[in-house]
Every structure is written in C-alpha cells, then in structure tokens.
Design a protein around this ligand. Structure first.
Ligand code: ADP
Ligand code: MG
Length: 475
C-alpha cells in the first residue's frame, strides 16, 4: 500500500503571508526576506489570495470538494529552517478534500483517491557544508521561507512503484497544465514523500507505514519504493515487526535509512492560527475559478480520440504536456490531417526531441514547419522517407521545409520519362531479378524497386516506380 504526499511550490508573485517576491531563485541568500518570513516578534501574516485561488484551482482539477469554511493551523516544532518554531499549515479544515486522479495502467484506467489539497508555507533552506578542516557546518537561506506551498495527499490506493510513477507524472502534468507550479523536481518545486506499508494477502487492516523522504527525481521515488517494499517484506518474512517511522532515501547507496520513529499529529500540538481569520469560501468564487480552468489533459485526450480517431496511446502522448497538446492543435489548424499530424509528432518529432533532450516549446520546428512538411508529402513533392530527412534538417536549423527541399534538390522524381530511363538501366543491370520475377518470385519486384530508390537516393516516387516496373516486366 502506497500513499504519496506531494509538496508543490505555487507560481504566485509574492510569498504566502507577506509581500516578498516568491521568485527568489537568482537572488543572493537572505536578500528576499522581511520581518514576517523571518519570524520576527510582532510581525503579522496576511493571506495571499492568489495562493488560495491556485490551491482551489488545483483541487477542482483533481475532482475535490471545496468546503464552505477553511482555516489555517499552527504546526509546532523546532528546526533551524523554521524561525517561528511553527509552520502555518492546515489541519482539520483544509481548503479541499476527497478528490481523485486517474492513471492509465496497461490501457486500463485506475482511480487514485486524493485525500486533500491544502495550503501551507515553505521553510527556509539549509545548506550543509564542510570547512577546510573537515568540520561540518550549516548555512541557512531564508529566501524560501514563507513561499506558498501546496500539499497534495493521496489515499493509500497506490500498489506498485510503477503506479506511483504514473501518479506523479499525471499530477505534475496537471499542475503545469493549469499553470500553478513549475513542477520541477530537481529544483525542489515539486517534492514527494512516499508512505509504504505491506500486509498479508487478504488482510483487512493496514500495516504500519513507513514514510520515505529525500527523493529528488521520479526515478528516485521508484527505486526507494522498490527498496522499501523488499526491505519490509524481508523483515516480516523473518518474523520481525515493522514500526511506524520516517526513513530517508540515500541515492548513492540505493537504500533507505531510519531518521526518526513514531511521529504523530498530537506531537505537533496543532491549534488554529490566531493571527489569521478563518476563510469563508463563497460558492460564486469557486464557480469563477472553475470557469477559468482550461480543458484538462484527460478531457482533451478523450476528445482527441473521439474527434480524430486517435488511439489511446497516441492521445495520451499528445496530451503529455500542455505544450505538446497545443503543438498538435496548432498544426491541425494549419493542416487538418489528424492521422498524419499524430503519426509525425508521436514518431519523428518525439524521437528528435528525446534525442536532444529538449521540450517541445524549445523546438525550432514549429507547427508551421510540420504543416508545411506534411503538405509537401501530400502533394507528392517529397516521399515520406525524404520527409524524415527534411524534418531532421528543420529541427537542427529552423529552416522551412520548402526551402530545404529546394536548396538540397530533394524533390521527388515522379516523371514517367525520367523514371522510365532509370528503370531501364536497373533492368539491364539485373537479369537475374527479371528471371526470378518471371519464375513467379514476388520479392524480385521489391528488390528492383529498391534498386531504383537507391539509384535516385530515395527521391523516386515509389508508386510510379512500381507501376513502370510492372509494365516493363509484363512486356
Ligand atoms: P500522517 O498523519 O502520519 O501524516 P496520514 O494518515 O495523514 O498520516 O497519511 C499520510 C499519507 O500516508 C497519505 O498519503 C496516506 O495515503 C498514507 N498512508 C496512511 N496510512 C498508510 C498505510 N498504512 N500504508 C501506506 N500509506 C499510508
Ligand atoms: Mg505526513
């Protein structure tokens, strides 16, 4: 049984409870701070309306219910990255609850419950160093302190590391799609803690859970879960017991290590934040936010399938990010040949993007390029295989396909006279293939077509070549 807790930084302009900029990435340490996020005595927080809006927006995208009434609570604990000695978070009255997210497993939909999406503030950032004499020391940068942080808590509905990965990929896609977070895991804008327990087949009761922290890639989450499932299984098989604890993933060694045992909500002495008013969330506001939501990935995927006859596989890939979906729809607006656009994007374009490791937004090939390329193929100016070369060239240089074809002399040879001459030369050079063909060996024809394609460096129109060859062979 796996339940994931995801923390996502929100793309608001200012921090959660003060006017400091929330975009501090390039700022020198401790330069984007004020009395509120430094926790100075007497400083008072003010709720960032946009952060609440983004959280409700996310909750709606995850099919959650939005209660009429919500509240912030104090979660009390000491740590050097937490100057107030408490974090303003939400406890029993979160901004949303009881939603779900659907993942695709072997082509089958599987619904994962979302327990709640709530809002809190991020902590400062600690940097652990070693000085010249080998003594460890730590630095604290308060720029991150008080940044809006959204927590998305799943039900323990996840069953395998692969399902966990699919859940995270889908969740991140949705957050980026609606524009509330960069979802960047390497930069720490999207962080995941994984809760795992195991239980004997058929058992009703859940096993004690272990919470694993410190994973900073999807792959790390996958590996940590695999490791933890194997570790717990072995402990139980040896007659041992699993105690509730928090463990940290160590990437280099590929193991989880115990950090602290048994942590319960009552240890934090949660109580209502007295410096903030409770929130009454008007239905009109929720409706307004709902109206700003774009068509979401699942809905778009289903529509692409219904409207254009795309397969589930293609439609999933083409809604894998907002940028990809927009690329598809923009290309379709210029050249409404859905089959060709889908094939070329899912095949060649994705191959080029993967090989160069860039996102579609950074690609020099635009919808305009792809639409033009498909037109050239459609009109028979170039063959599909030359099309691949042209796309690759456009991908590297940003040149228009028409220009590439012209400058490099790649136009397809369809002229019967021109091709007839080449066919004659190929036939003269291959008497054995002619004999084979006459003896009823079908592959001989394919061989001859291949020879003509080779002689024209792929520029011959294969359909015309086939026809000419057959005529000449029959005669
Ligand atoms: P806590 O109070 O320790 O934060 P919660 O019950 O709020 O625990 O759950 C936190 C996360 O742990 C959720 O994502 C939930 O799905 C998951 N979880 C809870 N119990 C288990 C369990 N027995 N096994 C696996 N995951 C669990
Ligand atoms: Mg927790």
């Amino acid at each position: 049984m796996i339940g994931l807790e995801v923390h996502a930084q929100l793309l608001t302009e200012s921090k959660m409870f003060c006017r400091c900029s929330a975009q501090y990435a390039d700022a020198p340490p401790n330069s984007v701070v004020c009395p509120v996020d430094l926790g100075l005595p007497g400083a008072l927080p003010v709720i960032n309306r946009k952060a609440v809006e983004y959280t409700i927006m996310t909750a709606l995208a995850l099919n959650c219910a939005i209660p009429d009434f919500s509240r912030f609570d104090r979660k009390n604990y000491f740590y050097p990255d937490l100057p107030k000695n408490y974090q303003i978070s939400q406890y029993d009255l979160p901004l949303s609850h009881d939603g779900h997210l659907t993942i695709e497993l072997d082509g089958q939909p599987r619904r994962i419950g979302v327990r709640r999406v709530h809002l809190e503030e991020d902590t400062a950032k600690l940097l652990h160093r070693t000085d010249a004499a080998g003594r460890p020391y730590s630095l604290v940068d308060f720029n991150r302190s008080g940044t809006p942080l959204m927590e998305i808590v799943s039900e323990p509905d996840i069953r395998t590391p692969e399902e966990a990965r699919l859940y995270l990929v889908k969740l991140r896609n949705i957050l980026r799609w609606i524009g509330v977070s960069t979802g960047n895991m390497e930069e720490g804008s999207f962080r995941c803690d994984a809760n795992v327990s195991i239980r004997p087949k058929g058992a009703e009761e859940l096993g004690a859970k272990v919470e694993v922290k410190n994973m900073n890639s999807f792959r790390a989450v996958y590996r940590a879960l695999e490791y933890e499932i194997a570790r717990q299984t072995e402990v139980l098989n040896k007659g041992g017991r699993i105690e509730q604890e928090t463990r940290g993933w160590t990437e280099e060694r590929g193991v989880t290590v115990s950090q602290r045992s048994k942590e319960h909500a009552h240890d934090y002495r949660y109580f209502p934040e007295p410096d903030l008013p409770p929130l009454v969330i008007g239905r009109e506001w929720v409706k307004e936010i709902e109206d700003t939501l774009p068509e979401l990935p699942d809905a778009k995927r289903d529509r692409l399938m219904a409207q254009f006859g795309l397969s589930l596989y293609e439609a999933n890939l083409l809604t894998g990010s907002k940028g990809i979906a927009e690329f598809f729809e923009k290309t379709m607006a210029l050249n409404p040949n859905a089959r060709a656009v889908a094939n070329w994007m899912v095949g060649e374009l994705f191959r080029l993007l993967n090989a160069s490791g860039i996102e579609i937004e950074q690609s020099r090939v635009t919808p305009g390029h792809l639409a033009e390329l498909l037109r050239l193929i459609d009109q028979g100016t170039i063959s599909a295989s030359i099309g691949k070369t042209v796309l690759e060239e456009a991908f590297g240089t940003g040149q228009q396909p028409g220009q590439i074809v012209q400058e490099r002399g790649l136009s397809q040879i369809s002229g019967v006279d021109e091709l007839g001459n080449i066919v004659d030369q190929i036939l003269a050079a291959n008497p054995q293939a002619i004999a084979d063909y006459k003896a009823g060996k079908a592959p001989a024809l394919g061989f001859l077509v291949g020879q003509v394609m080779k002689a024209t460096r792929g520029k011959a129109n294969p359909g015309v070549v086939n026809q000419i060859l057959k005529e000449k062979l029959e005669n």
